[in-house]
Design a protein around this ligand. Structure first.
Ligand code: PLP
Length: 400
């Protein structure tokens, strides 16, 4: 079947909640993907940073196959022999005392919000049903009703009310307002250390540090949504490590499974995750042995193959090369590690047409927030591959 025919089927039978580039991928390896016509592309989106380890990493795929033939799902009604080790290994890696496994990122965010509320009532002593959580403008933490309740993106909310109460929104990067907004009912501050969907926005230096101190002073939990920025994407294990803080909770997902399976988690100490008692919260698939085995291997690959260092170094190289391109369209180049945003001037006519042009030249990336091209390739990318990409990017940014 041709690309056109396959797309026609999806358009006919699938809900239209996405606007994908018209490329139909049938296989992938490392940083490369191939479409059904045999064309090869360099993947500079990495499934929104879920395939940091590269597509179909052989170690992760083999581990998945091995586990598939043993046991895939027990539910948490019984125990399995993989989840305990995933918990232990993640805690040892990150220095937190506990973890709670879920599947999608949004579920892990919901879990953190529930933990924060319960902590507020049972530990901090907030009056029943009065807990408040502070979030930032331009955030993205998923698509559930509660999460979109604190979105500032009109489209994410339009038609989906009524919304969950208990959220306050302040501008990303503003610590004064954070301090002013905190009251005795505030239980948590939820923040992305680098905003991904918001357009790869790096906050002002010192912002996370000061926000963290304000939270600590006021007995408010500092919760970092590292679902996209974490696990090496920013050139560190976690993007918050660029400042000297230790969040009360860290939410991870996406690359936790190397793109092989949905696995997410909340990491925190016992004083927070200890609020959950049996029956309080759960998920049929959360912590299943297939996902746990895949996540264990994905973390090992990230560490043993030094992908975090590669992200740091290749990210610097990538941005250096981008900075050498002289284009009238570029307003700003920003990011950390291989988490890179190129913001175009509004007159450039939107990032989409540049992404389409890149696709035609064998490079896949996706616009975010109309005017930003995000470059976030798998962390296994090499200098040669970046040079290859740069030839295409240079060409496309020279368009009228
Ligand atoms: C992708 C993302 C989520 C949601 O993850 P899903 O797996 O799509 O539910 C939450 N927070 C951030 C920062 C993300 O980038």
């Amino acid at each position: 079947m041709t690309t056109k025919e396959i797309i026609a089927i999806e358009d006919r039978y699938g809900a239209h909640n996405y606007h994908p580039l018209d490329v139909v991928i049938e296989k992938a390896k490392g940083v490369w993907v191939w479409d059904v016509d045999g064309n090869r592309y360099l993947d500079c989106l990495a499934a929104y940073s879920a395939v940091n380890q590269g597509h179909c990493h052989p170690r992760i795929v083999n581990k998945a196959k091995e586990q598939l033939e043993k046991v895939t799902l027990t539910s948490r009604a019984f125990r399995n022999d993989q989840l305990p080790f995933l918990c232990k290994e993640l805690c040892e890696l990150t220095g937190y005392e506990m973890m709670l496994p879920m599947n999608s990122g949004a579920e892990a965010v919901e879990t953190a919000l529930k933990a924060a509320r319960k902590w507020g009532y049972k530990v901090k002593g907030v009056e029943e049903n009065k807990a408040e959580i502070i979030c930032c403008t331009n955030n993205f933490s998923g698509r559930t009703i509660s999460i979109i309740s604190f979105s500032t993106e009109e489209q994410y909310k339009d038609g989906f009310g009524p919304f969950t109460p208990g959220y306050k929104i302040i501008p990303y990067g503003d610590v004064e307002l954070l301090e002013q907004m905190i009251c005795s009912n505030t239980v948590a501050f939820l923040v992305e250390p680098i905003q991904g969907e918001g357009g790869v926005i790096v906050p002002p230096e010192g912002y996370l540090q000061r926000a963290f101190e304000i939270c600590r002073k006021n007995n408010v939990l500092f919760i970092a949504d590292e679902i996209q920025s974490g696990l090496g994407r920013s050139g560190k294990l976690f993007a918050f490590e660029y400042e000297k803080i230790r969040p009360d909770a860290v939410i991870i997902g996406k690359a936790l499974s190397g793109g092989c399976y949905p696995v997410s988690a909340v990491l925190a100490d016992k004083k927070l995750l200890g609020v959950f008692n049996p029956g309080d919260h759960g998920s049929t698939f959360g912590g299943n042995p297939l996902g746990a085995a895949i996540a264990r291997e994905s973390i090992k690959v990230l560490i043993e193959e030094k992908l975090i260092d590669n992200s740091f170094e290749m990210g610097n190289y990538f941005r250096e090369k981008l900075n050498e391109i002289k284009s009238k369209h570029v307003k700003e180049i920003r990011g950390k590690g291989l988490f890179i945003g190129v913001e175009l001037h509004p007159e450039a006519g939107g990032a989409r047409r540049f992404c389409e042009a890149l696709k035609d030249r064998g490079l896949l990336c996706k616009e975010t927030h109309t005017n930003v091209i995000r470059f976030a390739p798998p962390l296994v990318i090499t200098k040669e591959e970046i040079d290859w990409a740069m030839e295409r990017v240079t060409e496309v940014l020279a368009m009228d």
